[in-house]
Design a protein around this ligand. Structure first.
Ligand code: PMP
Length: 426
């Protein structure tokens, strides 16, 4: 892969900060080294001493005095090394990326920890997207992504989706406006990236099948696209075996994958991680060196202590319990939807994530209905227009979340939605 072709001028111009490079060196040096180099504060002056965190099974993780000093200090930009290693091992176990054994220039798999996957994604977009670039993405898609990419001045091209995510033929049709990279004459402004949420999509709850992923990867090869795989709902796939990821198919080093601990350990800890070809992850790290410096050491240490206590097996057992919760919630919401919305709306059963995407019949634009009338009917949902490329575009959809409400609340909420629809149609 020629990664240089994909970089924005700003990203290509980033250089290593000498101080940050020293921090990384110090982290790897033996304890006998006397460092007079760092500008770090003395943690002996910090008011925090130690912490005991009680887990939901009533066991504890201890952050003793020594570890606490480390947890409160600056740390390496790519992440606390032990946590980076743990997560690399996790990626190896779950995805076994072909790039694991490649040389760094070839696009060897690399990983860095980010402050939630949102930080990683926004830096990926700033690394790859120039004004006027054509960018392909699921239509509709996550509002946080639209908010991150729109100001970059690119041309967003929505790829039609259904309950199984991006429709490969639709992607093919869009790409046929350009010629494959094998064509002799280079095309003007061909798309360089395809962004997709492969599992339990936000807002649609759609999940790509393995077959579709293979077809899409092949198209990415033909048109030399980088795939940005935004997969925060990977661990919330209700059916096993889980679909293989784009990362697991990445023979070329053209996939950047964003993972998140937000839906399974904590959203407030802000732990996400990017996995992708080293030349690109290195650019992201350079960006972090001048912005966040690194994700909070304290939350990384807390996460690491938990993961080391659990091991991979314990982690996956925890995931299973989270899945059981969301599957039950989904079923409760589906039962209530059947009860109240039959004839008024259409939906499908999501196989992952936390959202039901509801198409309201006989209502052109749910934005008006929600913004003006929903509160007085004591129910709130997100209008579909929040997820369209042109936010002024009318949408007949609403997004209902089954993460926080009890089955009784969901039932009452959908009953209220039903009366709202009936009122709106009058
Ligand atoms: N991508 C998608 C599709 C999301 O739904 C979210 C969270 N709403 C994120 C990224 C960001 O998640 P976080 O930064 O908490 O990892």
């Amino acid at each position: 892969m020629n990664y240089a072709r994909f970089l924005t001028a700003v990203s290509a111009a980033r250089q290593v900060s000498p101080i940050r490079a020293m921090t990384d060196l110090l982290m790897r040096s033996p304890p006998s080294v006397i460092s007079l180099a760092g500008g770090a504060p003395n943690p002996g002056t910090f008011p925090f001493k130690s912490a005991t965190v009680t887990l939901s099974d009533c066991t504890t993780i201890e952050i003793g005095e020594g570890l606490m000093k480390k947890a409160l200090q600056y740390s390496a930009t790519p992440g606390v090394p032990e946590l980076v290693s743990w997560l690399k091992e996790l990626q190896k176990n779950l995805h076994n990326p072909p790039t694991l054994t490649y040389s760094p220039d070839q696009g060897q798999m690399e990983l860095c920890i980010t402050t939630g996957s949102q930080e990683g994604l926004s830096k990926v977009f700033e690394m790859l997207i120039n004004p006027e670039d054509n960018v392909l993405l699921d239509a509709p898609t996550y509002s946080g992504t639209l908010a991150a990419v729109k100001p970059l001045g690119c041309n967003l091209i929505g790829v039609p989706t259904d309950q199984h995510g991006i429709i490969p033929q639709a992607l093919k049709d869009i790409l046929s406006r350009w010629r494959p990279v094998t064509a002799i004459k280079p095309e003007k402004n061909p798309p360089k990236i395809l962004y997709t949420i492969p599992n339990g999509g936000n807002p649609t709850g759609a999940s790509l099948t393995a077959e579709r992923k293979r077809e899409i990867y092949q198209l990415a090869q033909e048109y030399d696209l980088i795939i940005v795989e935004d997969d925060p709902y990977y661990f919330l796939q209700f059916n096993k075996p889980w679909a293989p990821s784009f990362l697991s198919m990445d023979v070329d080093g053209r996939v950047i994958r964003a993972d998140s601990m937000s839906k399974i350990l904590s959203s407030g800890l802000r732990i996400g991680f990017l996995t992708g070809p080293k030349p690109l992850i290195d650019r992201i790290i350079l960006h972090m060196q001048v912005s966040t410096l690194h994700t909070s050491t304290f939350t990384q240490v807390m996460t690491l202590q938990l993961l080391q206590k659990w091991g991979l097996e314990g982690f996956l057992e925890h995931i299973d319990s989270v899945i059981r919760f969301y599957r039950t919630q989904r079923d409760a919401m589906l039962a209530s939807a059947d009860k109240w919305l039959t004839g008024l709306a259409e939906w499908y059963s999501p196989t992952g994530g936390m959202f039901l995407w509801i198409k309201i019949k006989g209502v052109q634009d749910t934005h008006q209905m929600i913004m003006l009338k929903a509160i007085s009917n004591e129910v709130l949902l997100v209008p579909g227009s929040a997820f369209t490329i042109q936010s002024t575009e009318a949408s007949c959809y609403v997004r209902a979340s089954f993460s926080l409400s009890t089955p009784e609340q969901m039932d009452q909420g959908l009953q209220r939605l039903a009366s709202l629809i009936i009122e709106e149609r009058k």
